[in-house]
Design a protein around this ligand. Structure first.
Ligand code: C2E
Ligand code: CA
Ligand code: CA
Length: 730
């Protein structure tokens, strides 16, 4: 029922929207007036009916009642008159016998007249009564009464009148007796008639009262219903005006706030709908204008690239972002060499074509998140974000993109069917956090761009001489690293791993570069270069092969045959599609027992492509190789991810080990890792153990194996063999 009402309500609301507000209001007022008229009519007719009922009580019913009672009174009076006349008698002259009794003459005549007059009056009244409409039962009763009254008159009264006039006492007396008898016979009918009239009058009165009550109830009901319906209609009407108005206000507010994409639904055809239609058009036009204004204000009309203003805005954001994520970004300023000459020789419109084409080419060299802007003339700025947390790596990446840009600018252009050769000079500077303002950055890029121009065209320069220098050493290192393997400059060092009883378990294999000039270069310095240049694949394979060869050479000797070697695997190495095949080939070529080999992976590596990682790890597990999760605790892996991985050992990162004796939260982390390893059935080893104190804590927390300077630094093979065999001897 309620559902039905709601449906009806919303239908009416929707219907209303198709009519103008004026029409709606007029309709409501018209309806209200009609209801009022209908109510008044019900009242008037009802009251008229009640009045009619009451009138009939008096006029139609009370008159016959009166007539009948008058008749009854007169009939009684006739009988009494006769009686009275007979009671006034005297004795006649002839003696005292009753027959000789003499009536009072004048009184007898008087009585006779009175009776006659009464009879006439009764006759008159009776005629009036009979002329009124009577019900059949009443008519039958009336007929019977008329008969008995006729007998009463003709057989008693009229002879009695004659006897009175004749002074015949005896006869008059006899007739009086008769009159009484006949009267008593007629009287009950008259009384019954009277009663009937009374009953009818009472009925008419009750009808009147009932009608009045009915009218009252109908009027009250109709009034309540009308109030209800009119209130509901008024509500619907009000809502049909107020709701769209509120919506309109909300939309106006949005437009005022510069939001032009609100969907404006128009349901009806009334005045508000028309207003909303106009607003919709206005919104669309404002939106277009806004886009045009924005385009003009923030973009270069020629190349459609962001202009200086938008660049500043993006730079500001990039600076704030880099403060948060600690990633270096770079600003590259590019200036076309000899741009003036193309303008002078082939006209400005060809110069414009060149600029537009350069803009397209530069944009193709960068990512979506980077910004290419034109500052005016032939000056372009490229803003690179999120390069790397490492300054040198960031510089390398920026340099790579910069070179790419210079290369695409140096490609020939076809401008109006003529080839044109161009080149550019580029200045680069890095940024991170708020270490420089936007103006500083633009100035630095500008200065280095001029340095590049001065050094000969088609070149780039870093602003920071220190970066420039490290970049150069890095480039040099990269080319030297290519030769390092061939020149046997790469060496494996071994860092001992110890169990609780200080017995040697084996070692982690760590790479060293014995540089002919720089001396010992640590892996942190050259592994990133090896990774960027792809050299890591060959290097990694060499490390793995060397480790396996070492295991094989230990195999026959009971003192060393139980040693395990842990080998670090780099991300790009592990991600190679043929990694499993490479490892398996090395194993079969060296014939080493795979159970002696452990591969160290980091959390970020394994979480990169979990499905592929798990497949590879399982395949290697099947070969008999086990895995250790290196630097554990520094990544973001969750416990659930960890349980899916087929690893056999967790290696607690040295940053936690360093602080366990005095940093409570690090101690808690280490305890958690150990507990977790225990629950998952994994082995656990702590790296970077430098002091007895650290080792005691670790032992107390339940960590059974250790690696760190406390037992030995990474060392060349023969030193490691001495150390390890000594420990075994102990
Ligand atoms: P890692 O795998 O975490 O290796 C442990 C590093 O901690 C080694 O540095 C080791 O010398 C150092 N270390 C060991 N005990 C202690 C200690 O008690 N205190 C301190 N402060 N340091 C200790 P290293 O040899 O410089 O290696 C640095 C990183 O280079 C390694 O970190 C590993 O990620 C990478 N690396 C080394 N060799 C290779 C390799 O053959 N292949 C690949 N892909 N990466 C390697
Ligand atoms: Ca390691
Ligand atoms: Ca480590």
């Amino acid at each position: 029922m309620f559902k039905l009402l709601t449906k009806f309500h919303s239908r009416v609301t929707r219907l209303l929207l198709h009519f103008n507000i004026g029409v709606r209001l007029l309709a409501l007022i018209g309806l209200a007036a009609s209801v009022a008229v209908a109510l008044a009519s019900v009242g008037i007719f009802g009251l008229a009916a009640s009045k009619e009922s009451l009138r009939s009580v008096y006029e139609d019913r009370m008159a016959p009642v009166q007539q009948l009672s008058e008749i009854a009174k007169l009939m009684l009076s006739n009988r009494l008159l006769l009686q009275a006349a007979l009671s006034e008698v005297g004795f006649g002259e002839g003696g005292a016998r009753p027959a000789e009794l003499v009536m009072n003459g004048p009184l007898a005549l008087q009585t006779a007249d009175a009776i006659e007059k009464n009879i006439a009056t009764i006759g008159g009244l009776w005629r009036i009564y009979r002329s009124s409409a009577l019900a059949p039962a009443e008519r039958r009763l009336a007929d019977r009464f008329a008969l008995s009254r006729g007998v009463f008159v003709s057989q008693a009264l009229q002879p009695a009148v004659a006897a009175l006039r004749a002074g015949n006492y005896a006869e008059a007396k006899a007739l009086a007796t008769r009159a009484r008898t006949l009267y008593e016979k007629a009287a009950p009918d008259l009384q019954a008639l009277n009663q009937l009239q009374f009953d009818a009058a009472h009925q008419a009165y009750s009808d009147g009262v009932r009608r009045y009550e009915n009218t009252y109830a109908i009027a009250l009901g109709a009034l309540s219903a009308a109030i209800l319906v009119m209130s509901w209609l008024g509500l619907v009407l009000t809502m049909s005006i107020v709701k769209p108005l509120k919506l309109a206000i909300a939309i106006f507010k949005k437009i005022a706030n510069g939001q032009y994409d609100t969907t404006i639904a128009i349901e009806g055809r009334d005045e508000i709908s028309k207003v909303m239609l106009a607003v919709r058009e206005m919104q669309a036009r404002l939106g277009e204008d806004e886009v045009a204004i924005h385009q003009l204000a923030f973009y270069d009309p020629l190349t459609k690239l962001p202009n200086r203003r938008l660049l500043r805005d993006r730079l500001q954001r990039a600076l704030s972002l880099s403060t948060r994520n600690h990633m270096f970004g770079a600003v590259l300023m590019i200036d076309l060499d000899n741009f003036k000459s193309i303008n002078d020789t082939r006209g400005h419109h060809v110069g414009d074509l060149l600029l537009a084409e350069v803009a397209l080419r530069i944009q193709a060299c960068v990512r979506q998140s980077d910004t290419v802007a034109r500052l005016g003339g032939d000056e372009f700025i490229v803003m690179l974000v999120d390069l790397s947390p490492d300054e040198v790596v960031a510089a390398l990446l920026a340099e790579e993109i910069g070179e790419k840009i210079l290369a695409v600018i140096a490609q020939p252009f076809m401008l109006e069917n003529k080839r044109h050769h161009s080149s550019g000079s580029m200045g680069l500077c890095l940024f991170m956090g708020q270490n420089a303002s936007i103006d500083d950055l633009l100035k630095r890029a500008d200065i280095s761009m001029y340095q590049a121009k001065n050094s000969g065209r088609n070149a780039f320069r870093f602003y920071d001489p220190h970066i420039q220098a490290s970049l150069e050493t890095r480039i040099a290192l990269e080319s030297e690293l290519r030769n390092a393997m061939a020149g046997k400059q790469l060496k494996l060092y071994y860092q001992i791993q110890i169990d609780k009883l200080a017995g040697a378990l084996g070692a982690e294999v760590l790479l060293r570069w014995e540089h002919p000039v720089q001396g010992m270069v640590l892996p942190d310095q050259f592994i990133p270069i090896a990774e960027e240049s792809g050299l890591i694949l060959a290097i990694g394979e060499w490390v793995l092969r060397s480790a396996c060869e070492q295991l094989r050479s230990w195999a026959g000797n009971p003192a060393t045959e139980k040693f395990l070697l842990s080998v670090n695997v780099s991300a790009s190495q592990f991600r190679q599609a043929d990694f499993v095949a490479v490892v398996s080939r090395i194993l079969s070529q060296t014939g080493v027992n795979p159970a002696r080999l452990k591969l160290e992976l980091t959390e970020s590596m394994v979480l990169h492509n979990v499905v592929d990682t798990i497949d590879k790890m399982k395949a290697l597990n099947r070969l008999g190789i086990s895995f250790s999760m290196d630097d554990f605790g520094t990544g973001n892996s969750s416990l659930s991810q960890l349980t899916n991985l087929p690893i056999q050992q967790l290696k607690i990162d040295r940053s936690f080990v360093r602080n366990i004796p005095d940093n409570h939260s690090d101690a808690v982390i280490v305890q958690t890792i150990i507990g977790m390893a225990c629950n998952l059935g994994l082995a656990v080893i702590a790296e970077g153990v430098e002091t007895e104190q650290q080792r005691d804590c670790l032992e107390r927390f339940g960590c059974p194996t250790y690696q760190g300077y406390l037992y030995g630094k990474p060392m060349p093979l023969h030193e490691f063999e001495i150390l390890a065999t000594q420990l075994i001897a102990v």
